[in-house]
Design a protein around this ligand. Structure first.
Ligand code: GAP
Length: 456
């Protein structure tokens, strides 16, 4: 199967099984906007919860924050976004298709645009010269057209952390190094949005800003790079061979960064960024002090002096992480003629399907009793429609890791079968041990690899 086909299949499954829908579909869709269906929102929330736990629970010196999307417009002047946050855009005058100029060449200023052929209509010599296009969405706050009421939808969550960092540090009595984590929406008026949920105009970021003593920043950078790449394999269960680092070159560095690394995943459309780990130095804090006129410094007890901490930032896209999880999980099990979403069980939207083997002989009542017990712990579903094989396969495609089946033997000895999604292995366990059996399997999960795994 071609790589592009793989993405198409994932997009189709995502729609069919209620993970992700095109936004405003009944109106023909709305470009680069997506809605998350029942399984999608559950998977997205699970990923976010794992990140939140990794940051604010497993690190005692990291706390959470939820700042607003609309903030004082001066913040975006101070951050450099008003002046610097733009992409170069070119248009084909023949077919009106719009491109990012840097898709044609990194050094697009040197390109003779009169000789460039439009990839869509094939016409040469019809490209405009590159124009810089600011990616921030503007909106009006309060009565329309009133002067001074223009605001921006935040293009990153980070600035909400910087402007609250002293309040947070004081309230929580934090000492450097400490971190502030935030999950929230960000908006960018992307010139070209493509590859499903990879690049959209509205998306969610999970950012953590780590405040450190200047001079310790290089070591902290090393720590955070290791910590973050581990998250993908350990917390999300992603294949380690599919994630890697890529360092930003000099010309690529953002205006605030001294050093930057992307964590990339090998998506069906190639290696692309999911997360950035950046050394932002004291750029942002100095700028906010300059623009607000308020001190943004910390007091050092030892030297009795004020200083600007340096900031190591880990900045992940939740939607991209979700796309990586979907891409990594998709498995066509040709031997058994089924499609399986091999999610880590801790992430799976539904943990178990409870099935009576037949709809009679008291089996549904017993199955309902087990379902009632399990739903105190996890999202589960009860299913008595169709053959048991069909019921299992339906759930394999939704990524449900366990199937609990009540059969006639249950009436005799109070045992049920537990089936594992990937290996299809079945064990008999006592009804009283079902919760523990599922919990143990989630805790001890290691990814099942079929003997002859065909890479798709
Ligand atoms: N605060 C730093 C910052 O925002 P970034 O590299 O511009 O850095 C961080 O963005 C992450 O946000 C990216 O690695 C990506 O996962 C996500 N992201 C950025 N633009 C996106 C878009 N248009 N659609 C989806 N995710 C996006």
């Amino acid at each position: 199967m071609k790589k592009s086909q793989r993405l198409e299949k994932i997009v189709a499954l995502a729609k069919r099984r209620g993970f992700i829908f095109q936004s405003s579909e009944i109106y023909g869709g709305f470009g680069a906007a997506y809605d998350y269906g029942p399984l999608g929102v559950s998977l997205k929330n699970s990923i976010a919860q794992r990140w939140w736990r990794a940051m604010t629970q497993l690190h005692e010196n990291i706390v959470g924050l939820d700042s607003s999307i609309l903030m004082h417009p001066k913040i975006w002047e101070a951050s450099g976004h008003v002046a610097e946050f733009h992409d170069p855009m070119v248009d084909c005058k023949q077919c009106k298709t719009r491109y990012r100029a840097d898709e044609f060449a990194g050094d697009y200023d040197q390109l003779d645009w009169a000789t460039v052929k439009c990839p869509t209509c094939g016409t040469t010599g019809k490209m405009t010269e590159p124009r810089q296009f600011n990616l921030m969405f503007k909106t009006m706050v309060g009565p329309v057209e009133e002067s001074g009421s223009e605001a921006y939808l935040r293009p990153e969550t980070a600035q909400g952390i910087y402007v609250n960092y002293l309040l947070t540090q004081g309230a929580m009595r934090l000492k450097v190094p400490f971190g502030i984590a935030q999950i929230g929406k960000a908006f960018r008026n992307e010139i070209v949005a493509r590859n499903f949920i990879f690049r959209t105009r509205e998306f969610e970021q999970m950012e953590m800003q780590y405040f450190v003593k200047p001079g310790t920043d290089d070591d902290e950078m090393t720590y955070w790079k290791a910590d973050r790449i581990n998250f993908f394999t350990n917390a999300l269960g992603i294949n380690a061979e599919k994630v890697r680092f890529r360092q930003h070159g000099e010309t690529e560095l953002a205006h605030y960064a001294k050093e930057a690394w992307d964590i990339e995943y090998e998506f069906p459309f190639g290696w692309s960024e999911i997360e950035g780990v950046h050394n932002r130095t004291d750029f942002d804090l100095r700028r906010h002090q300059e623009f607000s006129g308020k001190s943004m410094q910390l007091f050092d007890e030892e030297s009795r002096e004020k200083y600007f901490p340096y900031i190591i930032e880990t900045s992940a896209g939740l939607n991209r992480m979700l796309l990586a999880v979907l891409s990594d999980a998709y498995w066509e099990d040709e031997e058994n003629n089924r499609v399986v979403m091999r999610f880590h069980p801790a992430l799976a939207p539904v943990k178990a399907v409870i099935c009576p083997l037949v709809k009679k002989d008291g089996l549904p009542d017993l199955a309902h009793k087990i379902a009632d017990d399990l739903k105190q712990h996890w999202k589960i579903i009860y299913d008595q429609q169709g053959s048991i094989g069909k019921r299992y396969y339906r759930q394999d495609e939704a990524g449900t890791p366990f199937g609990i089946t009540v059969d006639h033997q249950t009436l005799e000895d109070d045992t049920v079968t537990i089936r594992e999604r990937d290996s299809q292995k079945q064990d008999r366990i006592p009804v009283t041990g079902v919760v523990k059996a599922i919990r143990d399997r989630i805790d001890n999960y290691s990814r099942f690899e079929p003997t002859e795994k065909k890479e798709l």
